[in-house]
Design a protein around this ligand. Structure first.
Ligand SMILES: [Mg+2]
Length: 274
């Protein structure tokens, strides 16, 4: 299990092995949490990239902390800069979870009206785009094991990721994603973004599978779960913090706290070859 993700406190009762957090009282949620295999077993497995295979959020927060370090030390004076840094990072993510255009305004609001300091923060953040970015510890081994889980011919694996072509392509190279999967579809290259079903259809085409033969695994309710649903593909929601399903759409077919919890979901007999 990946140790970098936050999990519910150990003192809370846990659900079935591999499931998220406390035992859910809601019967629909209990069904979703079950480690019961998806039947028929998919022939094609599709993954989101950021915060599903790689730990984007932790890396982004580390990157913000480095970028805002000098400003936090200035604001803290002789005090501890850590709480100031926490505040700056939280404020920045609230304004824009990915960009840096707002840094100068944000620092000004916090009492630092020093353009050089803001510019240095923006530069550091942009230059060190992939600072601290790694795959989740269990991602590579789990994806490899998922190819053959449940027996039958090895299943194909693909990635569908939203983002600019240059950024996502560089990230895929850095993380050696293409050694792990059969194909990658990047929204910035393909021309439409998740949740548009067209990008899921492209992945099905590349994977040589129908929607009924595939399962999509991702963390985003809006992009991954909504998109898979629109494309008629079964879905597994990666939900490490155990947050409730927000609706209003019907919930995903399964919900897991981490990638290794996918393994028991793929232990059904594979569907007969078409
Ligand atoms: Mg994601």
């Amino acid at each position: 299990m990946d140790q970098t993700r936050p999990f519910p406190q150990a003192s809370t009762p846990r659900g079935p092995a591999g499931s998220v957090g406390p035992v859910p009282a809601d019967p629909a949620r209990q069904r979703r949490h079950r480690a019961e295999p998806l039947t028929p077993a998919p022939r094609l497995l599709l993954f989101d990239l950021d915060d599903t295979l790689c730990d984007y959020t932790s890396a982004r927060d580390q990157r913000l902390r480095r970028a805002f370090g000098p400003a936090a030390r200035r604001l803290a004076g002789r005090g501890d800069p850590a709480p100031v840094l926490d505040r700056l990072v939280a404020a920045s993510v609230a304004v824009h979870p990915h960009g840096a255009d707002h840094f100068a305004d944000l620092l000004r609001e916090q009492g630092i009206d020093e353009p050089d300091l803001a510019e240095a923060a923006v530069d550091w953040y942009r230059i060190n785009r992939f600072h601290g970015l790694t795959m989740f510890a269990d991602a590579a081994a789990t994806v490899a094991a998922l190819r053959t889980a449940g027996g039958g011919p090895p299943r194909r694996v693909g990635v569908i990721t939203n983002g600019p072509a240059d950024v996502q392509r560089a990230k895929i190279e850095l993380l050696a994603i293409e050694r792990l999967v059969d194909f990658v579809v990047i929204s910035g290259e393909f021309g439409v973004w998740k949740p548009d079903p067209a990008i899921f259809a492209e992945a099905l085409r590349l994977g040589g599978a129908t929607a009924a033969d595939a399962v999509f695994v991702g963390d985003s309710v809006e992009h991954d779960m909504a998109g898979a649903r629109a494309a008629g593909i079964r879905s597994v929601w990666v939900n490490p913090t155990g947050r409730p399903w927000p609706g209003p759409d019907a919930p995903p077919d399964r919900e897991v706290a981490d990638l290794s919890a996918l393994l028991p979901l793929l232990e059904a007999a594979p569907a007969p070859a078409p």
